[in-house]
Ligand binder design. Structure first.
Ligand code: F6P
Length: 517
């Protein structure tokens, strides 16, 4: 099919999708007794950990509005968009990041892809494992604390994984600092003993102003605290190793990762070093094993059977056909409370675009705004709008069958009961004579039920959402691997710093009021 043939075919399919008569969720269930089975996917993995063998996650899409007819059309759409070829290019190291002329090799971190990329990833991972082991064995003296400095993709993944995985076991007490607001770094200083603290500077480019300023202040803190060789206490995690060396880090403590791994796709590269140090390499590898299981599912499963692709069909349906501007993610598990923040960057920085990969304008809304929180807290704060507000918000619920706590089982039972009750309530609604007390219902949700919220499940969830994001991008014709939209603000901040530039009257007045004029 030529480019214009495929564009025409896609336009025709969107027209058919728009014309499909919308059915209510209760009608969909009434029409198909096998709906739950037909719309539920299971992905299983072996984590490599003895107690983690044979785990997995179950994803129930049945409370979304997709039916067989819509799914047929979405499968045709994926075909017309060249999904199979795009997926193969992603795996094989094709130039999928066309605006920057690069492949996207995050799957190689899990052992999947072009042999050279996999070999490189494995070698870099062995190097990281050696350094982790050496540090845990005392090569740098006692290391009890780690201040992990980074921002965006160099912080959100490590913060999520550390928060999720260090509740029972913490080999090193780690504090992720991202904000340039000095209060963030001061809080980490207050929690750490400088004489037993390691500083991990995570930056793909090793130029990000927030990270480099925080890193310099951390060096000053160590020096002011009497640490003889502050730079000897630093590990650098970067795709620009020469810059880290020039900044003062000894080559032996620079852990590189490939340029072709995007920042928001980099947790499983050396950016994950603080996680590996805190939980050990075995747990870190379990995270990779969970991710790999999803990679294999994504690469080997076709059409609606492919869970991340099915999730992308849902995203496209709600965003483009039902006008949903947002999608919400609620983790009914304290261990995953940072997942919504992680997904915000992954999805919004990847697919919040106005042009397609070929530079032409997009033909509809792109990434919905990802937001969310933790259950049950969110029920007592924002769920009012989900149940009775005028916005239609597709919701993802994420819960673990196994509890993370050792308290009375009532805690976990109440957590799960509430999670399932919310999905049921959103769908069923409830009529009432009193309009203020009526619930319209027919509100969609997808439920992810993890066997356990452990390292493998976290890796699986991350890979799932990477592939969901990629599948959405293919369906929209977008390059999900660049992020030029973040550059203008950085450039203007530099102009403000230098006092150069032609600022608008409002910014000029604010600069003066803030003491920057
Ligand atoms: O400004 C956005 C961004 O480039 C993200 O894409 C990235 O994850 C983050 O900044 C941090 O960049 P770096 O890892 O190069 O410091």
């Amino acid at each position: 099919m030529t480019g214009s043939d495929s564009t025409e075919r896609m336009a025709a399919l969107w027209a058919q999708l728009r014309a499909a008569p919308p059915a209510r969720l209760d009608q969909l269930f009434a029409a198909d007794r096998a709906r739950v089975a037909a719309m539920t996917r299971r992905i299983a993995w072996r984590s490599g950990l003895p107690e983690g063998a044979g785990q997995g996650m179950t994803i129930d899409f049945s409370k979304t509005h997709l039916d067989a007819r819509l799914l047929d059309l979405f499968e045709e759409l994926a075909e017309a968009a060249g999904f199979g070829a795009a997926r193969a290019a992603l795996k094989d190291g094709g130039i999928v990041n066309v605006t920057e002329g690069r492949p996207a090799t995050h799957m190689a971190l899990r052992g999947i892809g072009a042999p050279a990329a996999v070999e490189e990833a494995e070698a870099l991972q062995r190097r990281m494992a050696m350094l982790v082991e050496a540090i845990l064995e005392g090569a740098l003296g006692p290391v009890r604390h780690c201040i992990a400095i980074g921002i965006g993709g160099s912080a959100l993944g490590p913060a999520l994984a550390l928060d999720a995985l260090t509740r029972d076991l913490k080999l090193v007490d780690t504090h992720v600092v991202s904000n340039i607001d000095g209060l963030a770094l001061e809080a980490a200083f207050a929690a750490c003993d400088p004489h037993t603290t390691l500083v991990a500077v995570a930056s793909k480019t090793f130029t990000t102003i927030e990270t480099m300023t925080n890193a310099a202040s951390a060096m000053k803190w160590l020096a002011d605290s009497g640490v003889a060789d502050p730079y000897g206490r630093v590990v650098a995690l970067t795709a620009a190793p020469e810059k880290a060396v020039a900044w003062g880090v000894d080559e032996t403590r620079v852990l590189p990762f490939p340029e072709s791994v995007g920042g928001r796709y980099s947790l499983m590269s050396s950016i994950g070093f603080p996680v590996a140090l805190a939980v050990g390499m075995e747990e870190f590898s379990a995270m990779l094993a969970g991710a790999r299981a999803v990679d294999e599912h994504f690469l080997s499963t076709e059409g609606r059977a492919n869970a991340p692709l099915l999730a992308a069909f849902c995203d496209q349906y709600y965003t483009r056909l039902r006008g949903c501007q947002t999608r919400a993610v609620f983790a009914y598990d304290e261990r995953l409370r940072l997942l919504p923040a992680y997904l915000q960057q992954l999805e919004m920085e990847s697919n919040g675009k106005q042009v397609k990969a070929d530079g032409s304008p997009v033909d509809g809304p792109t990434a919905p705004i990802t937001w969310g929180g933790v259950g049950t807290d969110a029920q007592h704060a924002v769920f009012q709008l989900l149940h009775q507000g005028t916005h239609l918000v597709p919701v993802d619920f994420i819960a673990s069958v196994a509890p993370g706590d050792d308290l009375d089982p009532a805690h976990h039972r109440i957590l799960l009961m509430n999670c399932l009750a919310q999905g049921a309530a959103l769908m069923a609604g409830k009529p009432s004579e009193d309009p203020a007390r009526a619930y319209p219902g027919d509100r969609p949700s997808t439920t992810f039920l993890l066997d356990d919220a452990d390292a493998a499940a976290l890796g699986a969830l991350i890979a799932f959402h990477e592939h969901r994001t990629f599948a959405n991008a293919v369906l929209m014709g977008i390059n999900p691997f660049d992020q030029f939209g973040v550059e203008l603000g950085k450039a203007i901040a530099k102009q403000i710093e230098k006092g150069e530039g032609d600022f608008d009257p409002s910014t000029r007045a604010l600069m003066q009021a803030a003491g920057l004029g």
